[in-house]
Design a protein around this ligand. Structure first.
Ligand code: GLU
Length: 424
């Protein structure tokens, strides 16, 4: 699709990459063109102004979004992101990826994403709560336990979901735990949800390592990003005997040739909030981190961090996309040529939404599982998807990114054809 055909409101690099990705794979697998046309753009996009009382008593207005890409397979599902780069175009691209992530994983859910353009680090707890409650009110007519179920994403967490659930519930007069997932255990959350995305990346890595005949205990890893996904990925890999040689956060990266003591670092990081000041390794630049000689690299920060210019420097044999869209399409072409195995985002970071689905199911049944059971089922669902993708990649001679999208699009296509277009 030519970018000129993209409506102005959705224009943006990430959205255009996402459309190209759909277009490419759709054409490759001979997807029904009428269906493909319907998959480019979201079903519904809501833009809201969110006035927020700040601690100094002034009122600031933030822009908020909720984009519902598809409801074909079930209720819309996807996180809410607080970040200063959030805009309609980015949220629309992320919502679209959620549709295909859920489809690929075999979950009975559609895709959505939301967010507010704000740097959450600059907000006090009260301001963040005010902002979340007013944003919830503004989008409350569009979300619901059977329509669209938010969850945490970059810059939001279980506490944010608790405020969202409470605000929505106040409006209705009764507790509605099913309005969000990723909420605290005390109000209906699932054990294992917080670490689920990180754990999912490590289950994917375990499978990917089979292709280079290695075991986790002899693997060296670099992780970019030390938020919820990156820190849990590092922790679960460390617990399985891998050596984490480097990790990074917004301030920079650290390297330790003997491997970083991740459990200890996680504890200290809660105090110092700056990896380079925690004293667990020497400081290196982000570009040096990307170019480290490791078996696996897990980019778990933001999109577009491995691009045309630095792709050639990558020495890892495996990349696990913990973030959404960390490897640009041009970078992926370069890496495919040098036989780097890229486990794509819609598969690699699917652990979060898988356990969100479990949380939703447990809530409906009012019957909650042990953490061990959550982990066992998570492993089953993500490994099943990994193997489906690998099988398709081998059979059709596709890279994993193409194979994953091919499976995901085909499933949505089948469902759309079965449901038909209304009115005819
Ligand atoms: N924000 C996560 C994602 O991008 C989780 C979404 C969810 O649990 O609904 O997959």
């Amino acid at each position: 699709m030519q970018p000129t055909e993209i409506p102005e409101i959705y224009r943006g690099e990430f959205f255009e990459h996402t459309i190209d990705y759909l277009d490419d794979v759709g054409n490759k697998i001979g997807l029904d063109p009428n269906i493909l046309n319907r998959l480019y753009f979201p079903k519904r996009a809501v833009v809201v102004s969110v006035p927020c009382r700040m601690d100094d008593r002034t009122v600031k207005v933030f822009q908020g979004y909720r984009v519902q890409h598809s409801q074909t397979l079930g209720p819309c599902k996807g996180g809410i992101r607080y970040h200063e780069s959030v805009n309609l175009s980015e949220v629309a691209a992320l919502a679209c990826l959620m549709t295909f992530k859920n489809s690929l994983l075999g979950l009975p859910l559609g895709g959505a994403k939301g967010g507010i353009c704000v740097d959450p680090n600059l907000l006090s707890r009260t301001e963040k709560q005010n902002l979340t409650r007013r944003y919830t009110t503004e989008i409350s007519n569009f979300i619901g336990p059977a329509t669209d179920i938010p969850a945490p994403d970059v810059g939001t967490d279980a506490q944010t979901m608790a405020w969202l659930m409470d605000t929505y519930s106040q409006g209705l007069g009764n507790a509605v735990p099913g309005i969000v997932t990723g909420k605290p255990i005390e109000i209906g959350g699932s054990l294992g949800r917080t670490g689920a995305t990180g754990l999912g990346t490590i289950f994917c890595l375990e499978e990917a390592l089979k292709s280079i005949d290695k075991h986790m205990s002899e693997t060296s890893i670099a992780v970019q990003g030390f938020g919820n996904v990156g820190s849990h990925a590092a922790l679960y890999a460390h617990q399985r005997g891998a050596k984490i040689l480097a990790v990074s956060d917004v301030h920079g990266a650290i390297f330790n040739a003997d491997g970083i003591d991740i459990p200890k670092l996680i504890l200290d990081y809660q105090q110092c909030h700056n990896l380079q000041k925690c004293g667990y390794g020497e400081s290196i630049s982000n570009e040096e981190l990307v170019a480290l000689d490791v078996d696996a690299f897990i980019p778990a920060a933001l999109d577009g961090v491995i691009h045309e210019k630095n792709a050639k420097t990558v020495r890892a044999k495996i990349i696990i996309e913990g973030a959404n869209g960390p490897v640009t399409p041009r970078a992926a072409e370069i890496l495919n040529k040098s036989n780097v195995l890229i486990v794509p985002d819609i598969l690699a970071n699917g652990g979060g939404v898988i356990v969100s689905y479990f949380e939703w199911v447990q809530g409906i049944a009012s019957f909650f599982w042990e953490e061990e059971e959550v982990h066992r089922r998570l492993k089953y669902v993500i490994t099943r998807a990994f193997n489906n993708v690998m099988e398709m990649a081998k059979k059709e001679n596709y890279d994993m990114r193409t194979a994953a999208m091919a499976i995901a699009m085909k499933r949505v296509e089948q469902a759309m054809l079965l449901r038909g277009l209304y009115p005819r």
